[in-house]
Design a protein around this ligand. Structure first.
Ligand SMILES: Nc1nc2c(c(=O)[nH]1)N[C@H]1C(S)=C(S)[C@@H](COP(=O)(O)OP(=O)(O)OC[C@H]3O[C@@H](n4cnc5c(=O)[nH]c(N)nc54)[C@H](O)[C@@H]3O)O[C@H]1N2
Ligand SMILES: Nc1nc2c(c(=O)[nH]1)N[C@H]1C(S)=C(S)[C@@H](COP(=O)(O)OP(=O)(O)OC[C@H]3O[C@@H](n4cnc5c(=O)[nH]c(N)nc54)[C@H](O)[C@@H]3O)O[C@H]1N2
Ligand SMILES: [Mo]
Length: 753
């Protein structure tokens, strides 16, 4: 039943704990639930497959180190349900395509390889040998290895990712798009240029020592719930917390920590001291203004605001930046941000007061046309006060998938630097291709042209996560072969090439036992900590292969003679893979030894964070000069952001509840400010089509229910992936090429009844 109520004022607390257990019991039953929750994020256990928020160190660890949404992710994977063989005999591909993403996910784990033969309309079970032969046959038949594309989603372990990129490069292409292209690519692009590393420069400990924490364009209560416990600690130490968001996200407004008894009975902590209800796309203007005010304050009281010593020793471009930012067009800033000058001045006062500032961000910043400029504007503000490479300070992009950062460290990137490729060549006695490959956006464009012949996906749900849904589907259907390595069914399994394969695989929670004994894998979290993950559940079927074994088996058929690569040894003993990672990947030197010496986990070095050493073009942290950019709209038009509900993991839909926002039983809603509803002559509860406008082309998502909601004026929100049909593959962030998923120009049309 559809039910819309007032948004919640508090996040987590007892309802969150109950919700975890209810979902856990439904999917796993009592015995498995106990076994799983006892081992999650604990030493010797497995890493939660949900978000990339770090596990605390020993000092900070609680007995139950997980959150409601991590529990859902695990229960979803560790479910006792299995897709029965009869299901594929009974349902044709067309039937499968009509089943919702939510229902597909509920069917359970896949237990055997499935093949859709050319001309057939049903998947049928097939042996592993034949499955690998099919893939190898297709790949060998291509005119060029560049006619194939190899996608990765961010759950893939370091070991599997390293071998996967090795296989793809041994085969002869750099076509390695990944989910990161749609996620934090803008952060990586910006930070690499200005501080010399694409990774965040704040550890958990540093975060807890901050005096000011600004959370921009992120909804941690839903998407990184364990972050709230650390914000709460910082708050107890006296930190100011500010949320910059068009929505009043409940986790930041009031939090009841479910990991401590006080969170079960108390009133909760109001985490955010200030909420800046920013207009979508206004962040670059906001941080430009903060920088301007900081410079003004320094001019008024020289020597009191800026960290002059840091500026002189460690930065470049300050003079140009200061000159450029001496004047500010306040009316433009107010239009761009939807904020008053007084609010921005109050916000800036907090910077003036703070001796250690952290700025965190996620998709609310990265998925914009001007994302890279916006992130460099944030770094400008941090640099002014020397807020990097010291306790309690720094830029903190909060990554999405649990190992998306590790996958990049392992070489999943279409343009890895020459230094990495050279080490790879030397290590394995072959020559990796040098020509850059395609990223996710370029893959969509190539699918549109019909020039992809084989599409191989290591996890993920490419058919739903990408823009221009219909175009992507058409391109996938035009492939000779599509291959999905997956734990569970999703839409991508139903959008098939002339031939198609589903290769089931082990998940994080599954016990991985090879001829050499039990194996563990490793992951790298958002703050650069690497640790072991060991599954403890009986896998859904006895002959399921791990991702590592799938890559090795395919490599032995496809590239047996390329270089000197001991694929069969790697498939048995994952520590042999880690030895090679240790000789190839930046920061992973002596990998296996360090893991053993540090109880299975250690922090990667980060030159900027640890030593204020900046590996940029001039060995300095660089100020950037950006003109003010924003997203003006015509009358009758609104800015749409596409976002996650509390009951999904990206394209995986756990249920139809967005508890904190008060939406129950449906996902087809669009949140609109009541004053905008009035102005547009629309009313709460009415059905509308969302129509996007980009470069003269209209795209339509029909039948969304209007929800009157306290979002910023002129800004509306709806869930992803239902709204991906509104995105264009040509609408991308400058430099990072990330599809624009926030800040689409739309209008709302009453639905034809
Ligand atoms: N439970 C759960 N956890 C997850 C995921 C999941 O789907 N479910 N996904 C994982 C992944 S891959 C990722 S990348 C992360 C995503 O984590 P988030 O980035 O938190 O994800 P979104 O739901 O896209 O939320 C975007 C936030 O930015 C705000 N916003 C939108 N536009 C703007 C803007 O222009 N300016 C500002 N300042 N704010 C804006 C939105 O209101 C919203 O609060 O979470 C990870 N963790
Ligand atoms: N409109 C819009 N589009 C977006 C976004 C947005 O905010 N708005 N966000 C973007 C972001 S941040 C991201 S990260 C992408 C996500 O894009 P993807 O990473 O491609 O999508 P997911 O939904 O995370 O993938 C889920 C699937 O992964 C498979 N899977 C789960 N666990 C495992 C495993 O252990 N091994 C293997 N092999 N498979 C597994 C399951 O089959 C599951 O259905 O979407 C992007 N698209
Ligand atoms: Mo992501």
């Amino acid at each position: 039943m559809v039910d819309i109520e007032q948004p919640k004022k508090k996040a987590a607390g007892v309802p969150a704990v109950l919700s975890s257990f209810k979902f856990g019991l439904r999917e796993m039953g009592p015995a498995r639930t106990g076994k799983v929750f006892a081992k999650m994020n604990q030493d010797g256990g497995f890493d939660c497959p949900s978000c990339a928020w770090p596990d605390p160190d020993h000092k900070r660890k609680h007995a139950a180190e997980f959150c409601e949404n991590g529990a859902k992710a695990v229960a979803w994977e560790a479910t006792r349900k299995r897709v029965p063989r009869s299901f594929f005999a009974e349902n044709s591909i067309d039937d499968l395509f009509r089943i919702s993403e939510y229902e597909l996910g509920k069917l359970g784990r896949i237990t055997e390889p499935l093949l859709l033969r050319a001309g057939a309309d049903h998947y049928e079970p097939v042996g592993w040998d034949e499955a690998f032969d099919v893939v190898a046959r297709h790949l060998r038949a291509l005119d060029s290895p560049d006619d194939a594309v190899f996608y990765t989603s961010g759950r893939t372990s370091n070991e599997a990712a390293f071998l996967y990129q090795l296989l793809v490069r041994a085969y002869g292409t750099n076509n390695l798009p990944d989910c990161s292209n749609m996620c934090h690519e803008s952060s990586g692009t910006a930070l690499t240029r200005v501080i010399g590393s694409g990774k965040g420069a704040v550890t958990l400990e540093m975060l807890e020592e901050a005096e000011l924490i600004v959370v921009v364009g992120q909804n941690p209560g839903t998407n990184a719930p364990r972050m709230l416990s650390h914000l709460e600690v910082a708050k107890k130490h006296g930190a100011d917390i500010v949320s910059v968001n068009p929505l009043p996200e409940p986790g930041l407004m009031n939090f009841k920590n479910p990991q401590r008894p006080s969170g079960w009975v108390g009133k909760g902590t109001a985490l955010a001291d200030q909420h800046l209800q920013i207009r979508i796309g206004g962040d670059q203007a906001l941080f430009l203004a903060v920088g301007h005010l900081l410079l003004e304050a320094e001019a008024a009281a020289p020597g009191t605001v800026l960290d002059k010593e840091f500026l002189e020793r460690h930065t470049s471009g300050y003079e140009l930046y200061a000159k450029h930012n001496a004047e500010l067009d306040w009316p433009a800033v107010e239009l761009a941000t939807g904020l008053s000058r007084a609010e921005i001045e109050q916000f800036t006062q907090r910077f003036l007061k703070s001796k250690a500032t952290v700025i965190c961000w996620a998709m609310g910043l990265t998925q914009h046309r001007e994302a890279v400029a916006t992130i460099t504007e944030i770094v400008n503000v941090l640099l002014l006060q020397g807020n990097i490479g010291k306790p309690g300070a720094g830029p903190c992009p909060v990554r999405g998938h649990s190992n998306v950062q590790g996958d990049r460290s392992m070489g999943i990137w279409e343009k890895m630097p020459e230094s990495f490729l050279e080490r790879l060549d030397n290590e394995f006695a072959f020559t990796a291709p040098r020509e850059h490959g395609v990223d996710a956006t370029a893959t969509v464009q190539r699918l549109r042209e019909g020039s992809v012949r084989v599409f191989f996906a290591m996890g993920g749900n490419f058919a739903m996560a990408t823009p221009d849904t219909a175009v992507v589907h058409q391109g996938l259907r035009a492939c000779d072969l599509t291959v999905q390595v997956s734990t569970k069914l999703n839409r991508s399994h139903t959008v098939t090439g002339r031939e198609a394969l589903i290769l089931p695989t082990l998940g994080r929670t599954d016990h991985d036992h090879t001829a050499a004994g039990p194996q563990s894998v490793t992951v790298e979290d958002s703050q650069g900590a690497v640790h072991l993950s060991t599954g403890n559940l009986v896998p859904p079927a006895p002959d399921l292969l791990s991702e590592v074994q799938i890559v090795c088996a395919l490599a032995q058929r496809l590239v047996p003679d390329v270089g000197e690569i001991p694929w069969s040894d790697f498939a048995k003993d994952y520590s042999l893979i880690r030895q090679r990672i240790g000789r190839t990947c930046d920061g992973y030197e002596n990998f296996e030894d360090r893991l053993r010496a540090n109880e299975g986990g250690f922090l990667l070095a980060h030159a900027a964070r640890d030593h204020r050493e900046f590996k940029t073009s001039d060995a300095k942290a660089q100020f950037s000069v950006n003109d003010l950019t924003w997203l003006p709209t015509e009358p009758g038009r609104l800015l749409l952001q596409t976002m996650r509900s509390h009951d999904q993991f990206n394209t995986t839909i756990y249920g139809l509840e967005d508890r904190y926002r008060g939406v129950h039983g449906t996902r087809d809603v669009v949140f609109v400010n009541p004053a905008d509803l009035d102005e547009l002559g629309l009313r709460d509860g009415q059905l509308v089509d969302i129509v996007s406008e980009f470069a003269g082309v209209e795209r339509r998502a029909p039948g969304f229910r209007l929800v009157s909601y306290p979002t910023a004026r002129g800004c509306v929100a709806a869930y992803y992936p239902e709204t991906n049909v509104l995105m264009s593959a040509d609408d991308v962030a400058k430099e990072s090429n990330t599809p624009v998923a926030k800040g689409l120009t739309v209008r709302l049309e009453p639905a034809a009844s």
